[in-house]
Design a protein around this ligand. Structure first.
Ligand code: BGC
Length: 249
């Protein structure tokens, strides 16, 4: 099978597409809906069901694998945290819940890990030796460690506490938007975050993903660290592509 469906559930939007696994790119249009207010499990599952039905109506032939990524710690298919969604997710067997609701088996994974896996296989972490730290700057801050091409899951660097608060509360792209920060001011905050992570883990490179990565020209060069920083090659589609690729693996 050369195609799989990927769904990326975020704190703000839910996106899905058919993915070409050979090319590592979208093979259909991207369907996007707002994340329901409150981020409750039943409401999110309904939206995912709609998106999957729409994708399946594209006449895909044999049902392809389906991967779903989500902004929480995911262990053995269970969501173990909830940062920008309802607390009702904590401890849920999400893999089984989505499987039942969609009437098929699915693969459930953390969103940043999906993005990191996609960058490792098709993008900016491909072929890299040593440690690459992939971060997503969106509603929260997600992270994935890729060591010699292998994903080390659930690293949660957005919840590093610096200056008395979780980094993602003051350095995520949502903080930039909420506080209407200039890219210069935002980059000072990002420098604080990335230099601390650099000190702790000494990676070979940082990859920055998330929706704002398409504006990388505006802020990436303003982040003052020693480690090379590159934008995610798959931009904001890395989650969809990685979720699909992990499901098909
Ligand atoms: C969550 C992570 C997630 C990140 C990006 C954080 O708040 O704890 O699991 O990867 O947001 O969505």
């Amino acid at each position: 099978m050369t195609h799989a469906i990927g769904i990326d559930i975020g704190g703000t939007g839910i996106k899905g597409a058919l993915v070409d696994l050979e090319a590592g790119e979208l093979a259909s249009e991207r369907i996007k809906r707002d994340t329901p207010e409150g981020g409750e499990p039943a409401a999110i599952i309904d939206v995912v069901r709609e998106i999957v039905a729409e994708l399946e109506s594209l006449e895909l032939g044999e049902a392809p694998h389906l991967g779903i990524c989500f902004p929480a710690i995911v262990r053995d298919g269970r969501t173990m945290s909830a940062a920008n969604v309802s607390d009702a997710w904590i401890g849920l067997d999400a893999d089984a819940l989505f499987g039942e609701a969609l009437g098929r088996s699915i693969h459930f994974v953390n969103d940043a890990d999906a993005a990191g896996f996609a960058e490792a296989v098709y993008g900016a972490a491909r072929g890299q030796q040593g440690l690459v730290i992939v971060t997503t700057l969106g509603t929260g801050i997600g992270s994935a460690f890729v060591y010699n091409g292998m994903l080390i899951p659930n690293t949660e660097l957005g919840h590093l506490e610096l200056d008395g608060d979780d980094v993602e509360h003051w350095a995520a792209n949502s903080a930039r938007e909420r506080e209407d920060l200039s890219f210069d001011v935002w980059a000072e905050r990002l420098t604080k975050f990335y230099s601390h992570v650099e000190f702790l883990f000494s990676p070979q490179r940082f990859v920055i993903g998330g929706g704002v990565s398409k504006q990388h020209d505006e802020f990436m060069h303003l982040i003052k660290v020693e480690t090379p920083i590159v934008p995610a090659a798959l931009r904001n589609n890395a989650g969809i592509i990685g979720a699909a690729a992990l499901a098909a693996r």
